[in-house]
Design a protein around this ligand. Structure first.
Ligand SMILES: Cc1cc2nc3c(=O)[nH]c(=O)nc-3n(C[C@H](O)[C@H](O)[C@H](O)COP(=O)(O)O)c2cc1C
Length: 195
C-alpha cells in the first residue's frame, strides 16, 4: 500500500484557467446591470466560437459536425449566435426571459439574468456519421460548451448558473425552434447581486 501522491496546488493568483475553475460557483441572484457587447461576444465565443480556418470551434465536436445551436435572450430580444460570423441573428425584439423563466418552473435566476443562453442540439447532424451514438455525443457536446461559457463568465467577473429543469415544448414554442432542434441546457448569466 502506498501513500497518496500530493499534487501541486493550482495557481489562483491571476485569472488563469485554474483560477476560473476554483472560483466557478452557481450564482442565481443578479443585479439589473446589462452585459456589454464585449461581454456578450466573449460568452458566445467561449461557448461556440470559431478558432480555426476550417471552422473548428472552442468546444470539441464529434467528427467536427457541430450539432449545437446557441441562442441568447436579453432585455433587447432573442438572438441566434452565428459562429462563423461571430455575430448575433435577431429572432425577436421581445424580451423572452420572463417566458423562459416560466418554462423553467419559474426559476427566478432567468428573469434576473442579464442574458440567458440556450443550447439546442440537432442530433441528425451527428447521426449522419455516428448513428445511434449521436444522442449521447450531442449531450456530451452541450456539456463541453456550457462549461466553456460558465468559465468565461467567471473570467469576466460575472456569475452564472446552468439550468436543466424546463419544459422542452414551452421553450420550442417560445423560441420558435426549427424542426429537429431540441432544447438541451440553459445558462443564466449576469452581474452577481451584492449580498
Ligand atoms: C445538468 C445540470 C442541471 C442543473 N439544473 C439546475 C437547475 O435547473 N436550476 C439550478 O438552479 N441549478 C441547476 N444546476 C446547478 C447545480 O444545482 C449546481 O451545479 C450544484 O448545486 C453544485 O453547485 P456549484 O455549481 O456552485 O458547484 C444544474 C447543474 C447541472 C450539472
Amino acid at each position: 500500500m502506498t501513500d497518496p501522491i500530493p499534487l501541486p496546488r493550482p495557481d489562483v493568483a491571476s485569472m488563469s484557467l485554474n483560477a476560473a475553475l476554483a472560483r466557478r460557483r452557481s450564482v442565481r441572484e443578479f443585479s439589473s446591470q446589462a452585459l456589454s457587447a464585449e461581454q456578450l461576444g466573449a460568452l458566445c465565443w467561449a461557448a461556440q466560437g470559431v478558432t480555426h480556418p476550417w471552422g473548428l470551434r472552442t468546444a470539441p465536436s464529434a467528427g467536427a459536425l457541430y450539432p449545437l445551436e446557441l441562442y441568447v435572450a436579453t432585455a433587447e430580444g432573442a438572438f441566434r449566435y452565428l459562429p462563423r460570423e461571430h455575430a448575433l441573428w435577431r429572432l425577436t425584439g421581445e424580451d423572452l426571459r420572463p417566458g423562459i423563466c416560466r418554462a423553467a418552473l419559474g426559476q427566478d435566476s432567468i428573469r434576473q439574468s442579464a442574458a440567458t443562453f440556450l443550447f439546442c442540439g440537432v442530433t441528425e447532424r451527428t447521426a449522419s456519421k455516428y448513428g445511434q451514438r449521436a444522442g449521447r455525443y450531442v449531450l456530451l457536446e452541450a456539456g463541453h460548451a456550457a462549461q466553456n461559457l460558465l468559465l468565461e463568465a467567471v473570467a469576466l467577473g460575472l456569475g452564472a448558473v446552468p439550468i436543466g429543469a424546463f419544459y422542452d415544448r414551452q421553450l420550442r414554442l417560445l423560441l420558435d425552434l426549427r424542426s429537429g432542434e431540441a432544447p438541451l441546457y440553459l445558462v443564466a448569466v449576469g452581474f452577481p447581486a451584492r449580498s
